[in-house]
Write a protein that binds this ligand. Structure first.
Ligand code: SF4
Length: 401
C-alpha cells in the first residue's frame, strides 16, 4: 500500500509524504504479527477484558494527557463510587469532581457527567453505537468515539493518537510535524486502511500498546518489534528522528499571592472562578488570589479589603511558596495566612474548616497552598480545634504537610 497524499494537499510547501509501503498481499501477515504479539505481551490493565462501553469510555477519558500508572487507582475508585452511567448521571457534580481531584484537566470530568446525563436521557442509558451520535456527546472527539465503538461494539474504526501516529510515521518514514492537519489526515487514512474488520478493538489497542511500550518516543526497541520487517524508518536508520520535534509555545511565568483566611473557629474562605484566575485553579474551589509581581502581602490585604470587605487582624504570616505548572504556564504562589474576626459573606463563596478542604473538589495548586498552611500549624503546635496534620483527598492521598 502506498499512500502519497501530495495530491490531496493544496499546500505547495507540504513535504512529500509516502505512507506505509505495505504490499496488499502482506497486509494480513502484518496484522497477524501485531495481533499475536498483543495477545502475548499486552499489559494487564483494569479496563482490558471488558466490553462495557461505560468502562472503556471512562478509561479513555482518564488516559487523555495522563500516564497509565497514574490513572489505574483513580479509575478503580471512580467506578467504586459511580459503577454505572446512571450512577454518574444522577451524582452531584461536586461529588464527581471530588473523585476526580488530583487527575487534573477537570473539564474532562464535567464533560463526562454531561455526556452521562445525555446518554441516560436520550440513549436509554447505553453509549450510542453510531459514530455521529457518539461525536455529538460532550467531550467525545474522533479518537474517543473510535476507541469506544471499536472496543465495545467491534466497529471497524481506527484510532489515531500520539502513539499510533508515531508508529505509523516510522513505518512509513514520514517526516514533518505529525500534528499538521494535512499530515494528520494522511495518518488517519493510513490507520483506517490497516484496521482489521474482525477484531478492530484489539487492533487499535495493539497499535497503541506498540507505541506505548516498544515504539517509544525515545530509543524505540526495534529488535523486539513484531512489525519491524515492514518498517521503513528502521531500514533507513532514522527511527529515532521521527517524529520531528514540534515547536513549543514559550513558557509563561506567573506569580500569584493567595490568602488563607482563618477565623477563630479554624474556618477558611474559598471561591470558585474568582478574578479571572479560575483556569489556573481548574475552576475548582480555591483560596482568594491575585497576580502580583513580587511577594505582596500588603497588596493582597488591600485587594481583600476592596473586593470582600475583609479586615485582617494583626500581622500576616508568609507561608512556604508553592510551584505549579499548568500547560504553558509556570506558576509560583506566595501564600499568606491572614487571621480575621469574621470571614466575609460573599455570594458563591464557601466557608469550611481548613482541615476539611481536602474533601472538596480542589486543584493540586490549592492543595499545595493548604499543605503550606498545615506545615505552619504543625510548627505552631496545632490548628485551632483540630489535631489534623495532613490533608486527605477523596482518593485517600495525603498532601504532604
Ligand atoms: S521497527 Fe522500530 S521504529 Fe519501526 S515500528 Fe517497530 S519499534 Fe517502531
Amino acid at each position: 500500500m502506498l499512500l502519497d497524499f501530495r495530491s490531496q494537499s493544496r499546500c505547495a510547501k507540504m513535504p512529500r509524504v509516502s505512507l506505509l509501503e505495505i504490499p496488499q498481499a502482506e497486509k494480513k501477515s502484518f496484522q497477524r504479527r501485531l495481533l499475536s504479539w498483543f495477545s502475548a505481551r499486552k499489559r494487564d490493565l483494569p479496563w482490558r477484558g471488558t466490553r462495557d462501553p461505560y468502562r472503556i469510555w471512562l478509561s479513555e477519558i482518564m488516559l487523555q494527557q495522563t500516564r497509565v500508572a497514574a490513572v489505574i487507582s483513580y479509575y478503580e475508585r471512580f467506578l467504586e463510587k459511580f459503577p454505572t452511567v446512571e450512577a454518574l448521571a444522577r451524582a452531584r457534580t461536586e461529588t464527581v469532581l471530588a473523585r476526580w481531584a488530583g487527575l487534573g484537566y477537570y473539564s474532562r470530568a464535567r464533560n463526562l457527567q454531561r455526556a452521562a446525563k445525555e446518554i441516560v436521557a436520550h440513549h436509554g442509558g447505553k453509549f450510542p453505537r453510531g459514530y455521529e451520535q457518539a461525536l455529538a456527546l460532550p467531550g467525545i472527539g474522533r479518537y474517543t468515539a473510535a476507541a469506544v465503538l471499536s472496543i465495545a461494539y467491534g466497529e471497524p474504526l481506527a484510532v489515531l493518537d500520539g502513539n499510533v501516529a508515531r508508529v505509523l510515521a516510522r513505518i512509513g518514514a514520514v517526516r514533518g510535524d505529525l500534528r499538521a492537519s494535512a499530515l494528520w489526515r494522511g495518518l488517519e487514512a493510513g490507520a483506517q486502511e490497516l484496521v482489521t474488520r474482525k477484531s478492530p478493538g484489539d487492533w487499535n489497542q495493539a497499535m497503541m500498546e506498540l507505541g506505548a511500550t516498544v515504539c517509544t518516543p525515545k530509543s524505540p526497541r526495534c529488535e523486539e518489534c513484531p512489525v519491524s520487517a515492514w518498517c521503513r524508518a528502521r531500514k533507513l536508520g532514522i527511527a529515532a528522528e521521527i517524529p520531528e520535534a514540534r515547536k513549543k509555545r514559550a513558557t509563561e511565568k506567573l506569580t500569584l499571592a493567595a490568602a488563607v483566611l482563618l477565623d477563630p473557629q479554624g474556618r477558611t474562605f474559598l471561591l470558585r472562578h474568582a478574578d479571572g484566575d479560575g483556569d489556573l485553579f481548574s475552576h475548582l474551589w480555591q483560596f482568594p488570589a491575585m497576580e502580583t509581581s513580587a511577594q505582596a502581602g500588603s497588596e493582597l490585604q488591600n485587594h481583600l479589603h476592596n473586593r470582600f470587605g475583609v479586615t485582617v487582624r494583626g500581622s500576616t504570616v508568609s507561608l512556604k511558596s508553592a510551584r505549579h505548572a499548568v500547560t504553558f504556564r509556570n506558576i509560583q504562589v506566595w501564600p499568606f495566612l491572614m487571621r480575621v474576626a469574621q470571614l466575609p459573606d460573599f455570594r458563591g463563596a464557601k466557608t469550611v474548616p481548613l482541615k476539611q478542604i481536602g474533601g472538596l473538589p480542589i486543584s493540586n495548586l490549592t492543595r499545595k497552598i493548604a499543605a503550606a498552611a498545615i506545615v505552619h500549624f504543625k510548627a505552631e503546635g496545632g490548628l485551632t480545634g483540630t489535631k489534623t496534620r495532613t490533608l486527605e483527598n477523596h482518593n485517600g492521598a495525603a498532601a504532604k504537610a
